[in-house]
Design a binder for this molecule. Structure first.
Ligand code: SAH
Length: 187
């Protein structure tokens, strides 16, 4: 966590708050996740260093930067164009060459780059999107907030063990909604 300067991922006016352990606004009603949450999700993914990772919900790019220190390659996908472009610029400027930003509906995963050893979803879904099950490698982990309400979830970890999904409940969280074909509707 200390290796990634969080102030680089927020607006100038918020730089002085970058080391508070809370989410910060990044525009368009979205937030950069709380550092604790980013760390907790990365820990839950049980990364050893050689993993191909999909992060759904690029936002500021901060979470992708943290994950890039822990795995081999990070593909991160964002549905809002302005966020995707800004995150891509920030990550390039900072030299994160093993992170690739994609624009699109990440509720469908990223079939073209699958399978993934780890899928980390930084927005909340009502249920596990079937696309993730298709795109997770044998032995892989999916870390995703799931809840019946758009902004209230329990963090889940699904482990693909020879085609069976083993489930762990990792506690209560509040993420912005995952909006898309296999997520929530726009409104
Ligand atoms: N990991 C980010 C947190 C961003 S908040 C960071 O460190 O800053 C969640 C993000 O998920 C928002 O930017 C939101 O636009 C995005 N999102 C929501 N639904 C999505 C979808 N279906 N595909 C891709 N991104 C999505």
């Amino acid at each position: 966590m200390l290796a990634v300067p969080r102030e680089e991922f927020v607006a100038d006016a918020l730089r002085s708050e970058a080391y508070d352990d809370r989410p910060l606004p990044i525009g368009a009603g979205q937030t950069i996740s709380q550092p604790f949450t980013v760390a907790y999700m990365a820990q839950a993914a049980e990364l050893l260093g050689d993993e191909k990772i999909l992060e759904v919900g690029t936002g500021s790019g901060y979470g992708a930067a943290v994950l890039s220190h822990l795995g081999a390659k990070v593909h991160t996908i964002e549905r809002i164009g302005s966020h995707a472009r800004r995150a891509s610029d920030t990550l390039l400027r900072m030299g994160y060459v093993n992170v690739q930003v994609h624009l699109g509906d990440g509720s469908l995963g990223l079939a073209a780059e699958s399978p993934f050893d780890v899928i980390v979803v930084t927005a909340g879904a009502a249920a596990l999107p079937p696309s993730y099950i298709e795109q997770i490698a044998e032995g892989g982990r999916i870390v995703i907030p799931i809840g019946k309400h758009r902004s209230e979830q329990r963090l889940h970890r699904f482990r693909n063990q020879r085609g069976t999904l083993l489930i762990d409940d990792l506690g209560s969280f509040a993420f912005v909604p995952l909006i898309g074909d296999e997520g929530w509707p726009t409104t």
